[in-house]
Design a protein around this ligand. Structure first.
Ligand code: SAM
Length: 214
């Protein structure tokens, strides 16, 4: 999702209390920064933030951080937060490739990847958020047995992800090719993209994985 350049979005992010600046300085000190030891969960590629806002509202005892590459997208989430502030939700504007510079091993409990960009060209495979390169980054920030939960409408990307997961030695805990007609639909929170695809009748794939040991 790339919105047209929203004028002043960088300035808006710089001024927002919900957007964390110089996050690399907090690496290793997130519990201190967030002022408690509650679990910390991330959504990488959060778009306009609908999913995280609903999740954060439902779970006040969990901290959530949304990561988004584009300022023009992130400002939409910040605007929604101005209307409905949530103490346990923050955002970082960054490319997820840099994630190991922000979090220390063991600081993150769970990672959500929702409707990640498919990068269909083979030469771009390592940019996919479920590539072995990204799985390795997640391994380096998650606590032991920390999870990654991934949803997509894109069957090719889902099949690729299953291969990468196997290759990287993660354990597949849940897997469905049709989330909305499966046992896992209970408690599911829809993202912006998910709502659109479900309305079109497209099946949604979902998987949940964890790493047993390093
Ligand atoms: N998760 C939202 C949803 O399900 O409605 C948005 C999905 S949208 C297709 C993918 C989002 O991921 C876009 O907003 C895009 O800018 C962001 N994104 C893609 N690659 C990223 C990366 N490497 N780091 C951070 N954000 C990224």
């Amino acid at each position: 999702m790339r919105l047209r350049n929203v004028k002043g979005s960088r300035e808006q992010i710089a001024a927002s209390e919900y957007a964390i600046k110089e996050a690399e300085k907090i690496k290793g000190h997130w519990a201190e920064y967030l002022k408690d030891n509650k679990p910390l969960q991330l959504e990488i590629g959060m778009g306009k933030g609908r999913f995280l806002m609903e999740l954060a509202e439902k779970n006040p005892d969990i901290h959530y951080i949304g990561i988004e590459k584009y300022s023009s997208v992130l400002v939409r989430a910040l605007e929604k937060m101005e209307e409905n502030p949530l103490e346990n939700l923050h955002f970082i504007r960054m490319d997820a490739e840099e994630i190991v510079n922000i979090f220390e091993k063991g600081e993150v409990d769970q990672i959500y990847l929702n409707f990640s960009d498919p990068w269909p060209k083979e030469r771009h495979a390592k940019r996919r958020l479920t590539s072995r390169q990204f799985l390795n980054r997640y391994q380096n920030i998650l606590k032991e047995r920390g999870r990654v939960i991934f949803k997509t409408d894109n069957r090719e990307l889902f099949d690729f992800s299953l291969e990468e997961i196997k290759e990287a030695g993660w354990t597949l805990e849940k897997c469905t090719f049709d989330l909305h007609h499966s046992e896992y639909v209970e408690g599911n929170i829809m993202t912006e993209y998910e709502a659109k695809f479900v309305a079109q009748g497209k099946p949604i794939c979902m998987l949940q994985i964890f790493l047993d040991c390093d």
